[in-house]
Design a protein around this ligand. Structure first.
Ligand code: PEP
Ligand code: MG
Length: 600
């Protein structure tokens, strides 16, 4: 076999199933490592040509950035495109240009080498500056350097906004900034080397109904642009350069998946009620307004989690009250008369905004996140709350605070809500008067304090994604320890049960808006029904499946299942317990099982 054949032979990778479905397509590789630049000397006779090559690469990069800026402006608005304006300005920097040309002429090195060295010098200066804003600009400088050097070397690898035909998107990691501005119609699937089942890429893929596999260790270094790939987001397998026989097998599986989806959609207008009559409010999770159509067409009764932080990201300045008000109002009106739970800003962790000018943190997930951030930036918090209360005049709104770990945080936030309402009243604004307020239960401390928290608010919504991360001490985005990230772990099941008990004892309702219904499928959903949750919020494309499960069981039998699960000491035992139940009692639901964790 020659090298070409070896490179093209079929390879199968096992990753974490992140968003169900099967897709085929050519690879579009993004966020590869920085290109390595050799110390390349050139002859005197080549100097002129090398300088022209450099000038051309600058022009080409400028054109590329301007095109990109237009696309971003069209798709996401002016504010988002501003980031690229600063990149275009950097390219026009006369000192940088002169220094590079001089280095090529006097030191006789190639254009990529000279440009790399000049930028390296600038970056060293930036690294010494204390000012955080300027420090952060060094990332922009690196980005510009990458683009220019790629153009010099004739290598085209780029961000998702540049994707203009159908492809499977492959990357080492897929962060919020990598995926910003992507066009759903071109993205057939996502595959990333890193990430867990509740990392950003997984959540985003699910909410758009795009098959995805994360944690496919090393995949991006094998996949070359235009390689043919099959992605099975249900089993977590990715096949690189499949044989015709493999393609056929997956085509059959894809057909079955489509059939099942169509069958489930027929339940769209039926209520989410168990066979013995327990009704569960089934709502959807959204990050952006364009996900609303999917939420509605998949039969959700309202929105159980509106992650507002995405509106604040990928822009240079904060959105003001009017802009936010219009944004929330549009969502509230579209979903009315059903309710929407608007979560206040949950910036921090892996959700970074350019306008936050503070120290980088050693442990961002344990740091300045969610309510901790908004309580220390009350200007931002107040503006958001004013906009939400004003939008609440147009429909049914509930407000929810993320990342609560102590009771004082909730009291402080409630006091600000009161002030905001008083101000709006005084200023004669229309605003929602009967807005329910809830907290996310996503830290172990919030569970331990649930009986106290329940006395402060109107509802709970369990954030299982973070609750698992903080309870099991396992970073939700780290694929190396993803085997420990397990929503079926007995400690998680106990905490969920405890939370619902505390809520009901204090006469408030409890929901769950983490991705548990999606990431552990039928096993998780059955236990959530049995735990007595009043509301479940899921990504759009999972809603029909969750509804089907609810409508296929009795509340009574899931309560018994939960009771038995609470006595188990490992997640494997819990999984076995549910497997047996499914086999004996509800074999038709086995189809909704998702590959389990390996915990013994
Ligand atoms: C959660 O933690 O479960 C949650 C819903 O919030 P996020 O995924 O946005 O952190
Ligand atoms: Mg969370």
């Amino acid at each position: 076999m020659d090298r070409e054949q070896i490179e093209k032979s079929e390879m199968i990778f096992d990753g974490i199933p992140a968003s169900p479905g099967i897709a085929f397509g050519e690879a579009f590789v993004i966020n590869v490592e920085d290109l390595s630049v050799e110390d390349e000397r050139i002859g005197v006779d080549l100097v002129e040509g090398e300088i022209s090559r450099f000038e051309e690469a600058l022009d080409e990069t400028k054109k590329e950035l301007m095109d990109l800026s237009r696309v971003l402006e069209d798709e996401m608005g002016k504010e988002h495109a501003k980031i690229l304006d600063s990149h275009i300005l950097m390219l026009a920097d006369e000192v940088m240009r002169k220094d590079t040309v001089e280095m090529i002429s006097t030191e006789h090195v190639s254009a990529p080498c000279a440009f790399h060295r000049v930028i390296e010098k600038t970056l060293r200066v930036f690294d010494q500056i204390k000012d955080q804003y300027l420090k952060e600009r060094s990332e922009d400088i690196r980005d510009v350097r990458r683009r220019v050097i790629r153009n010099l070397l004739g290598q085209k690898v780029d961000g998702l906004v540049n994707l203009r035909k159908e492809a499977v998107v492959v990357g080492k990691n897929l962060t919020p900034s990598d995926t910003m501005g992507f066009k759903r119609k071109f993205v057939k699937a996502f595959v990333s080397d890193m990430g867990g089942s509740t990392s950003h890429a997984a959540i985003m893929a699910r909410s758009h109904g795009i098959p995805a596999v994360v944690g496919a260790d090393g995949f991006s270094s094998y996949a070359k642009p235009y390689d043919y790939i099959i992605v099975d987001g249900t089993t977590g397998q990715v096949v690189l350069n499949p044989t015709p026989e493999t393609v056929k097998l997956y085509e059959v599986a894809q057909e079955r998946f489509r059939q099942l989806e169509a069958e489930l959609l027929t339940l769209k207008d039926y209520p989410a009620v168990t066979l013995d009559g327990r009704k569960i409010e089934l709502s959807g999770n959204i990050e952006t307004i364009d996900e609303l159509d999917d939420i509605i067409s998949h039969g959700a009764k309202g929105i159980g989690l509106f992650r507002t932080e995405y509106f604040f990201m990928g822009r240079e300045t904060l959105p003001g009250e009017e802009e936010q008000y219009r944004f929330y109002r549009d969502v509230v009106k579209r979903i009315a008369p059903d309710p929407v739970i608007i979560r206040t800003l949950d910036i921090g962790g892996d959700k970074i905004a350019n306008w936050v000018d503070d120290r980088p943190e050693e442990n961002p997930f344990m740091g300045w996140r969610g309510i901790r951030f908004t309580l220390s930036r009350k200007d931002i918090f107040r503006t958001q709350l004013r906009a939400i209360y004003r939008a609440a005049a147009h429909g049914r709104v509930r407000i929810m605070f993320p990342m609560v770990s102590i009771v004082d945080e909730v009291r402080a936030a409630l006091a600000i809500c009161e002030e905001v309402k008083n101000d709006l009243s005084r200023e004669r604004y229309q605003y929602g008067k009967d807005v329910e307020i809830g907290v996310m239960i996503e830290t172990p401390s919030a569970v331990a304090l649930a009986d106290h928290l329940a006395k402060e608010v109107d509802f709970f919504s369990i954030g299982s994604n973070d609750l698992v991360q903080y309870t099991l001490a396992v970073d939700r985005g780290n694929s190396r320890i993803a085997y420990l990230y397990d929503e079926l772990h007995p400690s998680i099941i106990r905490l969920i049960h405890e939370t619902v008990q505390a809520a009901h004892k204090n006469n408030i309702w409890a929901g769950l808006c983490g991705e548990m219904t999606a990431s552990v499928g039928v096993h998780g959903t059955l236990l959530l029904i049995g735990a007595g949750l009043d509301e479940l919020s899921a990504p759009a494309f999972l809603i029909p499946e969750v509804k089907k499960i609810i409508r296929s069981v009795t509340y009574d039998e899931t309560k018994t299942l939960l009771k038995k699960a609470l006595r188990k000491s490992t997640s494997k035992e819990i999984r076995t317990l549910i497997d047996k139940y499914l086999k004996d009692r509800r074999p038709e639901l086995q189809e909704f099982a998702i590959k389990g964790s390996s915990e013994a």
